[in-house]
Design a protein around this ligand. Structure first.
Ligand code: NAP
Length: 495
């Protein structure tokens, strides 16, 4: 019998006021039900927000280094339970075990990094323009944070948001993706086990419209951190503007890898296989465009196509498999639709382009690694995020053309160039319009202490990870201390 999971609201594990539940199934074997979850609504969200609001004063007054200590303990517990969490994650969203272990590890790294920020959270002291006066700025928390996350990094992305939110002194209402509620529940259990006080963290399960929208619209939620599609990000931005909330949006991508004629082609091949087909192409940083210099175009394709065909598809729990399923049937249909669009637009399909349902894969949403050539930059497969194992290949005759093409996108998350020419590498660092540029590495992969995010329609300028994320979760307060014992008027009495 599948486990009946609960919300955690106001310090208690509870059902939704609606009494309704939804199922979470294994995308590698749709017959397997992982669990059922409360199908919550705005009333559940309101209860969670009121609880988080009540808890705020005590939490903000808990010294930041002590808040950091609790998050350090979370890191220890994530380390202890890593294997178990990785297996649950593979069952609920399909990534192969090596990747789900990496996903948990990112949470661990984020915990240890965030814990140390509890002892920093620097402000500034600067000289005053007036005598006997002292100026400082300090970081203060903001209030209740609404956290809305996608399913493709069910542990890492919630930790990127929740750990800095808590270390900064905010309380949290968390809505995870409906496709990965079990991993999210595990994270909340661990936060509580580590000593996060009841009501400081709340989790409300349910869909984007039923739970996500009420979070974004709630007057008592002062900031929303969202990772997901650009379409939903724009809706959130509009709705949040009604209450002038602070909003961080980490959205879609159409990332490209450039391979120049002087590149180490074997290295570039490993990079594009991992970038395009790792996580079945379901990463915001996935390589969905490959830009090849004409001098190595034929040779590189001769290496790439058989290598893509040799990738082993199957259940991620079997460590021999390299590519898991797509997240659900809707995503499988979307990927297949884009393949038909690509063909109709005149691109040439050189491999893949169909569902894979042999043997054990019959009950899952597997799709063959797919490569299109003869892709033109105005085609939809060249411009729109597909979020699946589909790679569009372009041929260019110069570095300048490659940079022009990589920048011809409404998105700007990740990018990559393979070259041995140091001058070209530095020009690429400067000229590619993206939040992340890899030199001789694939477009995917992030480190917890480095800021993560993109430009253009990939976001609204905030960053996750690194020090920068603490700027999102804190307000800057300026304090002037006048110890002159008399009225001193700035800009007047010192002139
Ligand atoms: P999504 O459909 O936008 O959903 C993301 C989250 O928002 C889910 O929790 C979803 O709930 C919720 N949601 C849906 N509609 C909502 C609404 N109207 N108001 C408030 N919340 C709403 O994205 P996804 O399919 O889960 O994830 C894939 C997308 O995320 C891709 O575009 C990918 O590029 C992007 N992504 C970006 C980054 C980054 O850092 N830039 C990282 C990872 C993924 P339900 O699950 O209940 O629908």
């Amino acid at each position: 019998m599948a486990r009946e999971y609960k919300n955690y609201i106001a310090g208690e594990w509870c059902d939704s006021v609606t009494g309704e539940r939804f199922e979470n199934r294994n995308p590698a074997n749709w017959d397997e039900v992982i669990g059922t979850f409360p199908n919550s609504n705005a009333e559940d969200v309101d209860r969670a927000v009121q609880a988080a609001k009540e808890a705020y004063d005590d939490w903000r007054l808990t010294p930041a280094p002590m808040r950091g200590e609790i998050i350090r303990k979370v890191g220890d517990l994530l380390t202890q339970y890593k294997e178990d969490i990785a297996r649950t994650m593979t069952r609920e969203m399909g990534k192969v075990l090596a990747e789900t272990r990496g996903d948990v590890q990112e949470g661990i790294d984020t915990a240890y990094y965030a814990a140390t920020e509890g002892r920093r959270l620097f402000g500034h002291t600067v000289p005053s323009e007036l005598p006997n006066k002292f100026n400082l700025s300090m970081r203060i928390p903001i209030g209740v944070a609404g956290i809305i996350t996608p399913w493709n990094f069910p542990m890492a992305i919630p930790t990127w948001k929740i750990f800095p939110a808590l270390v900064s002194g905010n309380t949290v209402v968390f809505k995870p993706a409906s496709d990965t509620p079990a991993t999210a529940t595990r994270l909340v259990e661990i936060l509580l086990e580590a000593g996060v006080p009841p009501k400081v963290i709340n989790i409300v399960h349910g869909g984007g419209t039923r739970v996500g929208v009420p979070i974004v619209e709630h007057r008592d939620i002062r900031l929303v951190s969202f990772t997901g599609s650009s379409a939903v990000g724009k809706l959130i931005s509009e709705k949040a503007s009604k209450t002038l909330k602070r909003v961080s949006l980490e959205l879609g991508g159409k990332n490209a890898q450039i391979v120049m004629d002087d590149a180490d082609l074997h290295l570039a091949l490993e990079g594009v296989l991992w970038g395009a087909f790792g996580t079945t192409g379901q990463r915001c940083t996935a390589t969905s465009r490959l830009i090849l210099h004409e001098k190595i175009y034929d040779q590189f394709l001769d290496m790439l196509v058989p290598a893509a065909e040799n990738l082993r598809l199957g259940d991620g729990l079997d460590e021999n498999n390299q590519v898991g399923p797509l997240i659900n049937e809707g995503q499988l249909e979307k990927v297949d639709e884009y393949v038909q669009i690509g063909k109709n637009e005149g691109a040439t399909l050189v491999t893949g382009g169909e569902r894979y349902s042999e043997g054990d894969c019959a009950k899952g949403f597997f799709y063959k690694p797919t490569i299109f050539v003869d892709v033109k930059r105005d085609m939809r497969i060249a411009r729109e995020e597909i979020f699946g194992p589909v790679l569009s290949v372009f041929k260019v005759s110069s570095f300048d053309e490659a940079i022009d093409l990589i920048n011809d996108s409404t998105y700007g998350l990740s990018s990559s160039i393979y070259t041995r020419d140091v001058n070209m590498a530095f020009k690429a660092m400067r000229d590619i319009e993206a939040g992340i540029t890899y030199i001789n590495g694939p477009t995917i992969g992030a480190e917890a202490h480095m800021p993560f995010g993109g430009v253009k329609e990939t976001g609204n300028g905030h960053r996750e990870g690194g020090w920068e994320v603490f700027e999102f979760y804190t307000e800057t307060k300026v304090v002037y201390v006048d110890y002159s014992g008399r009225l001193q008027r700035a800009q007047i009495d010192n002139r």
